[in-house]
Design a protein around this ligand. Structure first.
Ligand SMILES: Nc1ncnc2c1ncn2[C@@H]1O[C@H](COP(=O)(O)OP(=O)(O)OP(=O)(O)O)[C@@H](O)[C@H]1O
Ligand SMILES: [Mg+2]
Length: 322
């Protein structure tokens, strides 16, 4: 049984400007704004929701499949993921395009100017679950991607009766109320952070009780307060795993999803899978970037025992190999 993750694959170009943007922007000249900032550092990082989720699973000895479109510049990314045990057979290279790219410059006051170039991601809507033989799919993850692709994957999962995790996150703003309603309705798992959850309620007009009856399991992540898993009429609170330091929160949500899926795939209960997700998220919090953390399975299990004071995590040791 495989887990297929769809979603963006991107490179993040993170630059820092040793000054203050506001000192170089003239408010009365804003109609013909033209500024160029000389930045003194640039860091290129692997990002995108699908690989972020897959990387977290791979450290927990799982082998998810990524289904996504990438550009001509992604070969090193593919090799790196394969090296970690991620299966990239659903990875399609668009030869004349670049991989989706996020360019962000931050000044010394933490103000940011950013652009996201969609690149090869715009072609994700051409991929289909029908074209690839993934064998039996335990979960398909529909994470932020080209909005039309997300629409298509929901429809296909419903038609092909593939259980799916609906994770619209950052793309909620680009999806219509009908898209969101369709995605939630019939999802095996619907997951979002608490702010996004309020946006989904506002856009669809659905109340919490309606959402929990439309999706089999609903998970709301609540930052430093942990998360709550709603299923079978019950609310299971998952306490967060305390970080040793908070360095950068980018990507915590994706690592949470990866950890949760790894736990579920290993046959563990929801409360344990949720704790695995929380601890994976904490590693991201302690490092700069979305995939710059590392742990061995043994270290992870040891830390889980220390944080949560139980041994239920040991089911991860029997996780199915490739
Ligand atoms: N300050 C924190 N301390 C401990 N755990 C945290 C903290 N912030 C986040 N987490 C863990 O990460 C999970 C996901 O966090 P959050 O709800 O902030 O996701 P998110 O807003 O989708 O993040 P992002 O989109 O930036 O990756 C939480 O449920 C919690 O387990
Ligand atoms: Mg998020």
């Amino acid at each position: 049984m495989s887990i297929v993750i769809t979603g963006s694959v991107a490179y993040d170009y993170i630059m820092s400007f040793p000054g203050k943007f506001r000192e170089h922007i003239l408010p009365d000249q804003i109609a013909h704004l033209s500024v160029s900032f000389l930045v003194d550092s640039m860091h290129k990082a692997r990002g995108g929701c699908a690989p972020n989720i897959a990387y977290s699973m791979s450290l927990l000895h799982q082998h998810p499949i990524i289904m996504a479109t990438v550009g001509q510049d992604a070969e090193d990314y593919r090799r790196w993921l394969e090296h970690h045990g991620v299966d990239t057979r659903g990875w399609k290279v668009i030869p004349d395009e670049f991989t989706a790219s996020f360019f962000v410059s931050t000044d010394e006051e933490n103000n940011q100017i950013a652009s996201f170039y969609t690149g090869a991601m715009a072609k994700a809507k051409e991929l289909s679950f029908r074209d690839l033989d993934f064998g039996q799919i335990e979960y398909a993850v529909i994470s932020p991607n080209d909005p039309e692709a997300m629409r298509r994957y929901v429809k296909e999962c419903q038609e092909l009766q593939i259980p799916y995790v609906y994770d619209p996150s950052q793309q909620i703003v680009r999806l219509s109320s009908d898209d969101l309603l369709n995605g939630v309705k019939g999802a095996r798992v619907f997951v979002s952070n608490e702010y996004e959850y309020e946006m989904v309620k506002a856009k669809t007009g659905l109340a919490h009780g309606q959402i929990t009856s439309l999706a089999e399991t609903v998970i709301v992540t609540e930052g430093e307060n942990g998360s709550t898993i709603y299923r079978e009429g019950k609310a299971i609170h998952i306490p967060p795993a305390p970080p040793q330091a908070i360095v950068d929160p980018t990507g915590v949500g994706d690592a949470y999803r990866g950890g949760l899926l790894a736990g579920l795939h290993s046959g563990l209960d929801w409360d344990v899978a949720g704790r695995i997700g929380s601890l994976a998220a904490t590693y991201v919090l302690e490092n700069m970037g979305t995939q710059s953390y590392y742990f061995t399975l043994e270290e992870f299990i040891q830390r889980y025992r220390t944080v949560y004071g139980d041994d239920k995590v040991k089911g991860l040791l029997q996780s199915p190999q490739k």
